[in-house]
Each structure stands twice: as structure tokens, then as C-alpha cells.
Design a protein around this ligand. Structure first.
Ligand SMILES: [Zn+2]
Length: 256
């Protein structure tokens, strides 16, 4: 879907007029224009959703980062942190804004990784199971605390294959958002299915959560495991066992 904003850098309209869609009025923030546009389109923009079709180019992203910088300055002021004379807090608002857009939540604003698919339909096509281990960095939507872990992605190869690094690129693209681990496993499974056409697949994630380690119950050894199984991974006990045996072998090779 292509979304058009008329001269979005200067376009300003009030909430009511944005809803009416006549485009004559002016809203102070580009982020509000985009937010209202998504509402009008009934586009969900939860912390774990990708909204890249609304981010048209780098110039637009730069303006959103500028606006978020202003907002983080206000947060620091409200936290009574001196961002004028404390040298370590001076550039923090901008660092936070850039970090959210370009790093820890980049998967919301960037388009899906380009996954060229190679045909796997010859006579001697690969028919076995493929298990890829992908390291993940994510953050929980509730507390914006880090989620650190590993995803094991298994598929039975279908008619097309993608490069091995692409599995990890997809997983990281899904992870670099605000997430719930349960949703993250589903998101990765759906995107891998889209990219490979595989109907038989499994995603197993194990991760530690900053919101349990750094605050709240301060549990430093807690590990959360989630599994999504589809097709033969769900229905065929042999396939399921092979997947988990492969994960165990991977863990022996690269313990985590
Ligand atoms: Zn949390």
C-alpha cells in the first residue's frame, strides 16, 4: 500500500479536520498527522506493529525523530534531570529518539528485509528439515525493558528457499519492536511462512526479560520459552521430535 501525504513536512491539520480528510487545516506535529491518518485507515499501530508504509522517506523519519526529541526533553524535565548543565544528559533526548527509531524499535519503521527466494523444485530438491538459530534483541511493550534471547526457526523446505542469513534478518526485524514474547513467536512464524512458502514450520524462542530482572521480582535466572508449531511440526510427532532434538544439538554446540 502506498500512502500519500501532501507536503507532509509542512502539512498541519487539527484532529477533527484530519478525520474529515479535507487537508486544509494544520496540525502542529507530523506524528499527529500520521497517527490520525492511521486511525482513519483503521491501521493498527500497536508497539509490535510495522507501520513502514506510513514512513515515506528518510526526511520524514528525521522530522519524526526531531519531534520525539522534543518530547523526550520534556520527559527529562519532568523527571527533574538537568539536561542543561549535566554533560551526560545534554544530548540524551536526541539519543533516545534516534535509538527508538533506528535501533530498538527499527522493526516498526523499516520495511521487511528483502528476501530473494531461490527455487527448490528440481528432482534432487532439498526435502529435509532446516533449523536456524537466530539471536534476538527485543523489548517488552509494557516496560520498554530489554528482552534478550534466541529463536530457533525450523522449516521443512517447500518450493522456494531463502538465504540462511535471511531467517535471522526476518526474526530480528520482527523483534526490534515493542513485543510480547508470545506474539513475537507468532510474528516470526508468519513472516517466515510468507518468505519461504513453507507450511510446515516451528519457532521456539527462549529469552530473559529485563522487566523481571531489573525491576519487579528482580529474578535473574528466569527464562521464558514460547513455541509456535504449524503443519507437520504440530501434527506429526516425528517431525516435532526432530525439531526439538535439533534445538538440543544446537544448544550443545552454542549453549545459551
Ligand atoms: Zn515488561
Amino acid at each position: 500500500m502506498v500512502v500519500k501525504f501532501n507536503e507532509y513536512a509542512v502539512k498541519k491539520e487539527t484532529a477533527v479536520d484530519a478525520m474529515a480528510g479535507d487537508g486544509e487545516y494544520k496540525e502542529a506535529y507530523l506524528a499527529d498527522v500520521v497517527r490520525l491518518k492511521m486511525k482513519r485507515d483503521q491501521k493498527r499501530f500497536w508497539a509490535g506493529d510495522n507501520i513502514s508504509e506510513y514512513i515515506l522517506d528518510d526526511r520524514m523519519k528525521d522530522q519524526l525523530i526531531d519531534e520525539a526529541t522534543d518530547a523526550f526533553e520534556l520527559v527529562l524535565d519532568r523527571l527533574l534531570i538537568d539536561r542543561e548543565t549535566d554533560p551526560n544528559s545534554k544530548g540524551t533526548a536526541r539519543r533516545l529518539a534516534k535509538m527508538y527509531f533506528n535501533e530498538i524499535m527499527a522493526g516498526r519503521y523499516e520495511r521487511a528485509p528483502d528476501c530473494t527466494a531461490f527455487p527448490n523444485d528440481s528432482k534432487d530438491r532439498y526435502e529435509g528439515m532446516l533449523v536456524v538459530r537466530s539471536e534476538l534483541r527485543s523489548m517488552c511493550s509494557h516496560h520498554h525493558q530489554p528482552v534478550v534471547g534466541v529463536a530457533y526457526i525450523g522449516i521443512i523446505a517447500a518450493e522456494k528457499l531463502i538465504g540462511l542469513s535471511k531467517y535471522t534478518r526476518i526474526a530480528q526485524w520482527c523483534a526490534r519492536r515493542g513485543t510480547l514474547q508470545e506474539e513475537l513467536a507468532n510474528d516470526i512464524a508468519r513472516e517466515i511462512e510468507k518468505a519461504t512458502g513453507a507450511k510446515d514450520l516451528g519457532v521456539y524462542i527462549q529469552a530473559t526479560h529485563g522487566c523481571c530482572e531489573n525491576r519487579g521480582i528482580m529474578a535473574h535466572s528466569s527464562l521464558t520459552q514460547t513455541t509456535v508449531l504449524k503443519g507437520a511440526f504440530k501434527e506429526d510427532m516425528g517431525t516435532k521430535k526432530e525439531f526439538f532434538d535439533n534445538i538440543k544439538m544446537q544448544q550443545e554446540f552454542a549453549p545459551r
